[in-house]
Structures are given as structure tokens and as C-alpha cells.
Design a protein around this ligand. Sequence first.
Ligand SMILES: Nc1ncnc2c1ncn2[C@@H]1O[C@H](COP(=O)(O)OP(=O)(O)OP(=O)(O)O)[C@@H](O)[C@H]1O
Ligand SMILES: [Mg+2]
Length: 351
Amino acid sequence: MTFSLVSAWNRRRRSKSLDAFHRWTLKPPEQLQLKDQSSSLGRRNRSLVFTLKEMEEATGSFSDKNLIGEGGFGRVYKGTLANGEVVAIKKMDRRPSKKQADGEHEFRVEVDLLTRLDHPNLVTLIGYCADGMHRFLVYEFMPRGNLQDVLNGISNLKMEWPLRVRVALGAARGLAYLHSNSALGIPIVHRDFKSTNILLSEYFEAKISDFGLAKLMRENEDTYTNTRMLGTFGYFDPEYALTGTLTLKSDVYAFGVVLLELLTGRRALELNQSTADQNLILQFRNIPTDQKKKLRKLIDPEMARSSYTMETITMFVDLASRCVRIDSNSRPTMSQCVKELQVILYASMKA
Ligand SMILES: Nc1ncnc2c1ncn2[C@@H]1O[C@H](COP(=O)(O)OP(=O)(O)OP(=O)(O)O)[C@@H](O)[C@H]1O
Ligand SMILES: [Mg+2]
């Protein structure tokens, strides 16, 4: 009796969460019932719309000295707006084709939605520019750059263990917020969570960037590309890779990969290694969490031995290994990850 009640409740819960997922994937942005959030929003409640001229003025006509990075969607420039605010401006390479007159509308609606997100662990999307064929996204500027560069020693900054756990917790909180209904009334899947999309503030607070970007680009492309994989090698949820079904748990998988990057200081995919050593996850899967000796070998040698205890490392690895489980249903939710990381951070600070 108890069993059937529990399983009925589980079924209801599952169908509810599936509902939420389908609403998220299928509903065009125009039909979303947005709550009036003006009272609950912090800094901004609507996007700023810029002209191409304003983008040029902010970046010194996209001068190379303002170039701060380049990714799959285009180049990123440091810029200063007319009001003096320092920003990061992403100049999108892919432009909408002429036949997609509606693409522009969708772009605006989507960006408008994304600018309503307000959380200390999300990079603030300040606004956008959709001038003619040009597309730009304007973000708050993050002075310490991306997590991967810091872990790889490119930015000459050292991160000891408690700071790494704090960054993991911040990123987990950002993802949990995206996954909750509290953001826009529907859960949002990031789709491209990875260490280069975790940016660091001056005080090393983690903020997630590029949320919704993959979706935004997909909506503007031809429909056949809907079957194209979105995301980055090294972070793909195996279930998504096999079936094309993207769920909140796809982000949890990618989060697990980032936890391993924090632990090892290595990249998710290292193409300069031998084939057997290229993929961080494949290497990690072979090590049971109770084998401390082998675990020790995984730990980033850049971290001072005095900055961590094996107890907190084991807790962290245990969480990471559950996040990257092949079966998506047995991965934790992001809010569970937040709870566990709070405990790990507390234990790491005490040590
Ligand atoms: N808001 C920002 N503040 C400071 N630096 C940023 C900001 N946004 C992006 N960058 C820098 O620009 C780089 C390129 O960013 P971009 O998002 O275009 O590419 P990516 O994340 O490396 O890869 P992908 O395009 O596959 O997501 C980032 O790695 C980061 O170092
Ligand atoms: Mg990025």
C-alpha cells in the first residue's frame, strides 16, 4: 500500500517535471505567461536596446586592443557605454538569413526573456543590439575572466581548495536558479555549461554566462539544424548524444565535468594527450571513490597540500561521480548539488 502510494506520487512528480520540460521546449517565447516581475527584480527589469553606432562607440570600432576573447558564436570585446559602464560585448558571427524575417522578432523576445533573469551567480545580460543584420549581446564585465583560464594557469592566479569549492557552489546556485520555475515561470536548460562559461568577478564569485545562448541561436537557424548537437565536446550528456533529448539533467552532467576540472585542474578534453587520456570523464570513471591512493593522483598538483583534506575531496568526488552517471534519472538535481556543496564548503573552511 505504502509502496503504491509512493510510486503513484513519483509518477505524478515525474509527469509534472516532464510537463515543465515540454512547456520549456515547445512553447514559443511569445506565448509564455510572464509574471509581472518588476517588483521582485533587482537591478534591471528590461533589456536595453543599443544601435550599431553605440556598439562601435563603446568598443573603439571593435579595435583589437579591446578584444577579450573569441568563441563559437563570435568575438567578445571590452567596451564602455555612454553612461560610463564597463561591459563585455559579444559580436555574433551568425546572422539571420533574409528569409527569416521573424528571426529578428524571436531574437528580441528571447533576449528580453533572458534579461529578466536576475541572480548573483548569473552574469547580467544588460541588453542587445539587433540593428539590420548585426547582432550583439551586452553583458556585465567580469574582470577575472573565465574559470578554465584560471585553472590552466593562463591568468596567473592560483586557486586553493576552499576557493574552488566556493566557485562550484556559486555555479551550482546559478544553475539551480535557471532550473527552477522562479526565474521565468519555466525551467531553463543552459545547454552549454562548461568552465569557459563560468566567469569570475573581482572577488572570485562565480557567474554563469551564455545561458539560453544556444537556444537563441538555434531558433534563428533553419529547422533542419534542430537535430544538430548543441554544446561542447567533453561536456555532452551521453543520453543527449544518443537520443537528442535535452533535459535539465544534461546540465547536471556538464556540471559534474566542471567539478572534475576544479579537482584536477585539467580540461574536460585534452587533445594533446594520448587517446586513452584525452577525456577526463573516461579516466575518472575507472577510479572508485574509496581508493584514496588513486584519488590522490587526480588532485591538481597546483593546490597546496595544506589547503584540503582527503575527507572533503572524497565528498566532492562522490558528488561529481553521481552528476556524471550515464543514467540521467540517477543524477542529483542542481538544488541537491547546492545542499551538498554547502556542507563540503563548510567542512573545507573548517579544515
Ligand atoms: N562578460 C564577460 N566579461 C569578461 N570576459 C568575458 C565575458 N564574456 C566572455 N568573456 C571572455 O571571452 C571569452 C570568449 O567568450 P565566448 O562565450 O564567446 O566563448 P567561449 O565561452 O570560450 O566558447 P563558446 O562560444 O563555445 O561558448 C570567454 O572565454 C571569456 O574569457
Ligand atoms: Mg561563453
